[in-house]
Ligand binder design. Structure first.
Ligand SMILES: [Mg+2]
Length: 151
């Protein structure tokens, strides 16, 4: 299995990071942060690699694994389908349940345990905490950027 994180790997979250930090009271508005994902620009390098894998390894078992909530599943499927020219019905996407505030690193570790770390060939991820988690389980993980935003 090959796993792609979405935010910071395939999708550029710059346009909605304003929702993470309110300059007046430092409140984080995760709801708006996720809802605005429909307007994300693609990250060209991530899209290039994902398309290459999809086109050259059509049998590859690809999972999109994101800490976005299930509330934005339709938006996320549409976005991935458009950016990667994938049939929406063929997109395997795991998201956090609504109201599940487990840390993203713990959420992804749980999914990794369910899949079995030995069954994961490669992960693309930007968050350094999550990169470290995958590597601690001997999973090869390519980090796409510094991943330095609140998570
Ligand atoms: Mg990310």
């Amino acid at each position: 299995m090959i796993i792609f994180d979405i935010d910071g790997v395939l999708a550029d979250t710059n346009n909605r990071e304003k929702f993470l930090i309110d300059k007046n009271n430092s409140e984080v508005n995760w709801g708006m942060f996720f809802q605005d994902a429909i307007n994300d620009l693609p990250l060209p390098a991530g899209i290039l690699v994902a398309k290459a894998i999809i086109n050259y390894l059509p049998q590859a078992d690809i999972l999109f694994l994101t800490a976005r909530e299930e509330t934005v599943r339709a938006t996320t499927i549409n976005w991935l389908s458009n950016q990667l020219q994938l049939n929406p019905n063929c997109i395997d996407l795991k998201m956090r349940a609504k109201g599940n505030y487990i840390e993203s690193v713990k959420f992804k570790e749980e999914i990794g345990m369910q899949i079995g770390f030995k069954n994961i060939d490669l992960v693309f991820e930007d968050n350094p905490l999550i990169v470290d988690m995958w590597r601690s389980h001997n999973v090869v993980c390519y980090q796409t950027s510094s991943g330095l935003y609140i998570d």
